[in-house]
Design a protein around this ligand. Structure first.
Ligand SMILES: [Zn+2]
Ligand SMILES: [Zn+2]
Length: 456
């Protein structure tokens, strides 16, 4: 018998943590933290006491008390005793916070499966993030799309999908009862829409007995504009070519499609696109591994890398770029705030929330552009709207918005489901699971932590 249990992701956007059990084999599909999980009791500097491992997490029931799931290091100050791992694997769909953040809690002997590009992003994220960025001591086993592998009684087939981060996968899990499909997060209007179509056509061939399906935008009031990446490019290009001042742009550092879009706009408008050292480090990791045709800011003639003043002693990746600016060779691609300040009309300058203070040194002229190219509060490092607006007002920047969502629309999700026509639909990663009834398919609502039986 096959069971599926949602420990996270039922009736909420994000926090996917889905247990699939087939006979003696037990695997997790993603291992994320729900957005806002802690918001009722914790804020800003008031955090669970990680030095006491999972004690505070158990107290508030943020994570389930399950034997053989957690690492000894995280159990030391709790009353759950360490045990040998009871689970065979964790499959990661993509490297977003809400799918991966709890990997560090999991027993280090549970292997983690993820795509090659997904793993490159994991490592770059650990290199450039704060000490809190930690995905544990697991064995990370990488795959490429279509490369099947066995875990106990299961055969797993990962298939690439398009999403707002490279290296996103859906899974077909071949169980003793039949195929179970899992979408991860996906979209159909992005530059790599054909990858999502590959997933859909393989899933359709397999006649899944169940499909665990994301529904971020399944809602009668979807606030997101229906823009494609090409639409973003058109809008941004007309904004940038209409100003003789600096264009400051904000988007999530892991959105490589957006990097490419701004690089192309820079080229078309005779500017250069300046990315932070954090973004550059991730792009170089992907580009060195020849993954996802990521632009390399150290060789792309339309790109530059920005290093922050005073960061030399703080982190290795930024020091490396700083050494280049002071030295010779590829240092020509590395710039500091003085350069950006002097060449405002020739540049597009990337920032993210944590690096807004760099604008003090860059000193954009009044009425320079600020283009926000992210919308979903459903990705990582959610931005405090009022604080951002205070910065824009203070600097006199003109606000614009241009974003293509990382998620398929409701019509697209329902169209996909009808086409694949699985025996059972299990909605996850959505606040409106009830709307899935409109597909006319057999929809089974997951109740958090209660196993659902799946059979052929
Ligand atoms: Zn997600
Ligand atoms: Zn995602």
């Amino acid at each position: 018998m096959v069971t599926i249990t949602c420990y996270g992701g039922a009736g909420q956007i994000g926090g996917n943590k889905i247990l699939l059990a087939d006979r003696d084999t037990k695997i997790w599909l993603d291992f994320g933290e729900p957005f806002n999980m802690q918001e009722k009791f914790f804020i800003d500097w008031l955090k669970p006491r990680d030095r006491l491992g999972l004690r505070d997490y158990f107290h508030f029931d943020y994570v389930p008390r399950i034997e053989g799931l957690y690492d000894e290091d995280w159990l030391e100050h709790t009353d759950l005793r360490p045990a040998a791992p009871e689970f065979d694997a964790i499959l990661v769909s993509h490297m977003h916070f809400d799918h991966t953040w709890h990997l560090k809690f999991a027993h280090r002997d549970i292997p983690v499966y993820l795509g090659m590009a997904t793993d490159a992003i994991r490592r770059a994220w650990e290199d450039t993030g704060s000490h809190a960025v930690d995905f544990g001591e697991h064995e990370f086993r990488t795959f490429r799309t279509g490369g099947k592998f066995k875990i106990g009684s299961l055969e797993v087939e990962p298939i690439h999908v398009d999403h707002s981060v490279p290296g996103a996968y859906g899974y077909l899990v071949h169980t003793s009862e039949g195929c179970v499909a899992y979408t991860g997060d996906l979209r159909m209007h992005g530059p790599k829409a054909s990858m999502t179509r590959d997933f859909i056509s393989r899933a359709t061939e397999e006649h899944p007995i169940a499909m665990i399906c994301e529904g971020t935008r399944v809602s009668d009031e979807d606030p997101r504009e229906d823009l494609s990446e090409a639409d973003v490019r058109t809008r941004v290009q007309s904004l940038v070519s209409g100003t003789r001042k600096l264009a400051v742009v904000a988007f999530y550092p892991k959105d490589v499609d957006r990097v490419r879009t701004y690089r192309d706009v820079a080229k078309a408008t005779g500017r250069k696109f300046v990315v932070s050292a954090k973004v550059a480090h991730m792009l170089e990791s992907l580009s060195d591994a020849k993954l996802m045709d990521a632009p390399n800011p150290m060789t792309d003639e339309n790109m530059l890398v920005y290093v922050r003043t005073g960061m030399a002693g703080k982190n290795a990746y930024e020091r490396r770029y700083l050494d280049l600016v002071r030295g010779s060779g590829r240092g020509g691609h590395v710039v500091e705030s003085e350069f950006v300040k002097k060449n405002q009309r020739d540049l597009i300058f990337h920032t993210d929330f944590s690096q807004l203070p760099e604008l003090i040194d860059v000193a954009p002229e009044e009425h320079s552009l600020f283009i926000r190219s992210q919308s979903e509060p459903f990705e990582e490092d959610d931005i405090r709207e009022d604080i951002l607006q205070n910065w824009l007002g203070h600097l006199g920047l003109l606000y614009h918005h241009a974003h293509a969502s990382g998620h398929a629309s409701m019509d697209e999700v329902f169209g996909m489901l009808k086409g694949i026509s699985p025996g059972m639909v299990i909605p996850v990663h959505t606040e409106h699971p009830e709307l899935f009834q409109r597909t006319g398919l057999r929809v089974v609502q997951p109740v958090p932590r209660q196993p659902l039986s799946v059979s052929s």
